[in-house]
Design a protein around this ligand. Structure first.
Ligand code: NAP
Length: 344
């Protein structure tokens, strides 16, 4: 039984707390912490989990000798310090995406992890656990569509679902970051450069999110020359995720979420989801079950590692630079440490 401490009991923190305690087997949440007084207490009450220890300072949670795995669901800005504290105390750490806000902080996390001599970090890029993305990966690996040549992704969020201060950079660091990671995993090759285009701006953002250019079109070129075009639209008609891969022999497309076809009033229609939690609910469950099963049986973690978090951070930085310069920006990685070379 793996003993877990959850730091940051906000929207996804409470969700993961519930998931770990009620849906994942082989884990027990023994401690929680949120910087906002009473926030964790209220969540524990809602979930009927008031027996769990509630710390005011995450450092005390990390030092708790019962805690073996720290789940970091605090704000992006706090990820690096929490992950480093966990690693420096010899604890496994699951960090929600993004691993951290800067490439330098990701490097510091990788160094701290390597000092432990084994894989200690998993980043919360849960799409790798979605059956649709897994099938895309299988078709690429088995050569079903031949060598990939170009990709088209769409990451649409529901109209007005993001806060008013959601700016163009956050659309990269919090939204597009999922495509950066999943495409890197699907194609299994490094990126060369990125260019961000600002098409005609949606009227809503001029009033509601003044600092947000919405939509954005982002083009990444990989080392072998695959072109990946992603449309990011934060104020769209619903939560809609697409991924098409065109190869030499065929095309593979991410399946749409199943929905009953309703025929009524001389029209046929299907539902589109509005909430990311519903779209990837099964993937989050499988992600944590995999972590629990591996740690309980002494096997190495196998999901997105800190190197993947670093690649995503460098690519996000180059994308943000391109937003500002309007130019194609190079994606320059450090040399991959030997420690990470065998992780897929
Ligand atoms: P949220 O609702 O704002 O919750 C975060 C909580 O952590 C807040 O209560 C925050 O307090 C607290 N916190 C900040 N620093 C802390 C610290 N040092 N110690 C303890 N608590 C701290 O945010 P959220 O939407 O749940 O997102 C949390 C993280 O999950 C983000 O990194 C986000 O990118 C990620 N996320 C991932 C997915 C996914 O699909 N994988 C989906 C949603 C979110 P304050 O409000 O005072 O800062």
């Amino acid at each position: 039984m793996i003993k877990v401490g959850v730091v940051g009991i906000g929207k996804i923190g409470e969700d993961h707390l519930n998931r770990l305690q009620n849906r994942v087997s082989g884990v027990e949440v023994v401690a929680v912490c949120d910087i906002v007084p009473n926030k964790a207490k209220e969540a524990l009450k809602r979930l009927n989990l008031e027996h769990i220890k509630d710390y005011a300072d995450y450092k005390d949670l990390v030092k708790d000798s019962e805690v073996e795995l720290v789940v970091c669901t605090a704000n992006n800005e706090a990820h690096a310090e929490i992950a480093l504290e966990a690693l420096n105390n010899g604890k496994y750490v699951f960090v929600e995406k993004p691993l951290s806000m800067t490439a330098e902080e990701c490097q510091a996390i990788m160094e701290a992890e390597q000092k432990n001599g084994k894989r200690m970090v998993q980043v919360g890029f849960m799409r790798r656990y979605d059956p649709g993305y897994q099938q895309l990966k299988k078709y690429i690996v088995e050569g079903e569509i031949g060598a990939p040549l170009m990709m088209h992704c769409r990451h649409f969020n529901t109209y007005l679902s993001q806060p008013k201060d959601y700016e163009s950079e956050r659309a990269i660091v919090e939204t597009f970051i999922h495509e950066i990671e999943i495409v890197h995993w699907l194609l299994d090759e490094e990126y060369k450069n990125v260019k961000v285009y600002f098409p005609k701006r949606a009227d809503i953002t001029k009033e509601y999110s003044k600092g947000l250019q919405d939509p954005q079109v982002i083009v990444i070129e990989t080392e072998s020359g695959v072109n990946v075009v992603t449309e990011v639209f934060v104020n769209a008609y619903g939560y809609d995720i697409h991924c098409d891969i065109v190869g030499e022999l065929g095309m593979a497309q991410l399946p749409a979420v199943p929905s009953v076809t309703l025929s009524k009033a001389a029209k046929r229609s299907t539902d589109i989801l509005t909430d990311w939690k519903e779209r990837f609910i099964a993937a989050y469950d499988v992600e944590f079950q995999d972590i629990a099963d591996r740690l309980n049986s002494g096997r190495e973690l196998n999901g997105p590692c800190s190197w993947d978090g670093y690649v995503a951070a460098v690519t996000a930085d180059a994308s943000i630079k391109s937003q500002k310069t309007g130019e194609t920006e190079e994606i320059k990685l450090m040399e991959k440490p030997e420690f990470y070379k065998n992780f897929k």
